[in-house]
Design a protein around this ligand. Structure first.
Ligand SMILES: *Cc1c(COP(=O)(O)O)cnc(C)c1O
Length: 469
């Protein structure tokens, strides 16, 4: 029969992709971290016009691997330290393959009982790991930007509801004004989320931050029951934690809403050794975090949690005749999306594969690697700009020009990859150790590359003049 013959051929493509993926990951340590220019140029071969006729699926996988794989950035290896990016754990990757084959829509329980059940379970574990209140609840979304958005929508609902305004029904035109307070080192994604919610990107009270980027509670404005205050657990540059206890106490007295951007830093709570850094954050009203950063789950896996899940539901749930909610939690009632992939499957598998002790170990190991980076660079005479409290290190190699030049050469050389940043007016290289795959040998090899490249770059006056802008 022709149809069953075709089915067999089509399904073989899955095995083909799995073999290519395994080979890719097996070789990842041997290759450079950023792709070379030739590999990137070769991508043109994939981007021509859409052909009139279809191709055999296995041919597509073959060409994707041949041309696409060399043009990837090896974030799944152990020597990628750019931004704050983890490496996907094998258990999560494998589970996501299976979940892709299942092709489940995670919107409603009736569409996928398994997606809903695993999302429920994973959210419960995360609530415990991060030390959040037992009654809190939320949803899986695409990333921390959307998690910030989702939480802030719940905040907007609650604050305006208390002021006698139904924002979902009547919108923001004519609504009682809310004040929004952020620390001066707020992450741009919070600003973006505020803009998307009609709260304004610039209609903010910015509170000064200290040298580590922590909001200064002595500089807080007067808070009231129409104030939304955003704090952070883990500054994207320094890894510093805002003084949550103090802020939350002040906010509670005033009836303000405290939102926490804890994209990666909140995971410190999963380690007995680092838990103290997250002290007081459980007193907030909402929390945004990512599982695709420090928890090493594949993209995209953001998490929005709210102390009173009813506030989130009020902001997100919509009804329609064709939607028949059951008596249990319906995932899309807590999320901006309706149709959504079953990302809980991957999260479930990644958390199960590590267990509590494995997660604590991942946090502690990556922090130890970060301390080693700081120590090795300090020994070589370079300045560390932050207190290395968790997995983030900021290093200056001297002038802005020299630091930029070291970063650019290091990225080109290929042993490892770090991004540049500016920290309170100083150009720095940022090292974020966020991957389960990073070993002590990876750290030493990367340190050696950093030191030898920095030694080659001299502090020339012309470099200073050209780059110190
Ligand atoms: C990465 C990050 C975000 C944004 O997260 P995405 O998952 O990229 O949307 C927000 N806040 C902080 C502190 C971050 O580190």
């Amino acid at each position: 029969m022709k149809s069953s013959y075709k089915e067999a051929v089509d399904l073989e493509v899955l095995g083909c992709a799995a073999r290519k993926a395994v080979a890719y990951l097996q070789n990842i340590r041997a290759r450079r971290v950023a792709p070379d220019a030739a590999a990137v140029r070769d991508l043109d071969r994939l981007t021509g016009e859409l052909p009139e006729d279809g191709s055999e699926p296995w041919k597509l996988i073959e060409i994707l691997d041949r041309i696409g794989s060399p043009a990837t950035v090896a974030t799944a290896g152990g020597r990628y330290f750019g931004y704050v990016i983890g490496g996907a754990l094998p258990a999560g990757v494998a589970a996501s393959w299976l979940a892709s084959a299942w092709d489940q829509n995670g919107a409603l329980r009736a569409m996928s009982p398994v997606a809903a059940a695993l999302e429920d379970a994973a959210l419960g574990w995360i609530r415990e790991l991060l030390g959040l209140p037992p009654a809190s609840g939320g949803a899986l979304v695409t990333g921390a930007t959307m998690a910030n958005f989702t939480c802030l929508a719940a905040a907007r609902h609650s604050l305006l509801e208390r002021a006698g305004w139904d924002v979902e029904k009547d919108g923001l035109f004519g609504a009682p004004p809310l004040s929004v307070v952020v620390g001066d080192e707020v992450h741009i994604s919070v600003i973006k989320a505020l803009g998307m919610l009609g709260l304004g990107r610039e209609r903010l009270i910015r509170v000064p931050a200290d040298r580590q980027g922590r909001i200064r509670p002595d500089k807080l404005p007067k808070l009231d029951s129409r104030t939304l205050i955003c704090i952070q657990a883990g500054n994207v540059n320094t890894g510093a934690f805002d003084p949550a206890g103090e802020v939350c106490e002040r906010a509670r007295e005033a009836g303000a809403w405290v939102h926490v951007d804890g994209a990666f830093g909140l995971w410190a709570a999963a380690s007995p050794r680092y838990r103290h850094l997250t002290h007081g954050f459980d007193e907030a009203d909402s929390w945004a975090t990512d599982a695709h950063k420090w928890a090493n789950v594949g993209y995209d896996c953001g998490i929005a949690m709210v102390r009173r899940p009813q506030a989130l539901q009020a902001a997100m749930a919509v009804g329609a005749a064709y939607i028949q909610p059951g008596t249990q939690r319906e995932p899309s009632y807590y999320a901006p999306e309706m149709s959504r992939r079953a990302r809980g499957v991957e999260l479930w598998a990644a958390l199960q594969s590590l267990g509590r002790s494995g997660i604590a170990d991942l946090i502690e190991r990556t922090c130890a690697h970060a301390r080693r980076f700081a120590e090795g660079l300090r020994e070589a005479g370079y300045r560390i700009l932050n207190d290395v409290v968790i997995n983030q290190v900021l290093v200056s190699f001297g002038s802005a020009g020299r630091t930029r030049s070291v970063i650019e050469r290091l990225q080109r050389e290929g042993t490892c990859w770090c991004a540049g940043t500016e920290w309170q007016g100083q150009v720095a290289m940022r090292i974020s150790v966020s991957s389960w795959a990073t070993t002590a040998a990876d750290v030493e090899a990367s340190l050696a590359a950093m030191r030898s490249i920095a030694a080659e770059v001299s502090e020339s006056p012309s470099a200073l003049k050209n780059n110190n802008s």
